[in-house]
Design a protein around this ligand. Structure first.
Ligand SMILES: [Zn+2]
Ligand SMILES: [Zn+2]
Length: 114
């Protein structure tokens, strides 16, 4: 049985979708990444390699107030990036609950570097 591998756009975890999985998915359905719990909406499911996902936003937990909130692609695009001490590129997010700024680490190849 063919298995389609889809990279999670947030954490780069490989999500494996079998033909049986895909047969149950319709456009508009939402897939949740097992690793980072990001939600992705199915935008194409035509068979073979004809499959596309659109990120709905990643859930993250504020390290200051412990509130969980959604990081949308718009928020990521607006967030300044910086390098953490270990050289990893991180986005500087602002918590919508307590307004604290904290560093959010993303998979390397998912961060747009200007
Ligand atoms: Zn993920
Ligand atoms: Zn907070």
């Amino acid at each position: 049985m063919a298995t389609l591998e889809v990279d999670c756009p947030v954490c780069a975890e490989v999500l494996e979708l079998t033909d049986a999985d895909r047969a149950e998915l319709a456009v508009g359905d939402v897939i949740v990444c097992a690793a980072c719990h990001s939600e992705m909406e199915v935008t194409r499911n035509g068979g073979g390699e004809d499959f596309e996902l659109e990120l709905l936003g990643a859930m993250t937990t504020c390290p200051h107030c412990d509130e969980e909130f959604e990081v949308t692609t718009e928020m990521l695009a607006a967030a300044p990036t910086t390098r953490a001490q270990d050289g990893v590129e991180v986005s500087l997010m602002t918590c919508p609950h307590c307004k604290a700024k904290f560093e959010l680490e993303l998979a390397d190849d998912e961060v747009e570097t200007r």
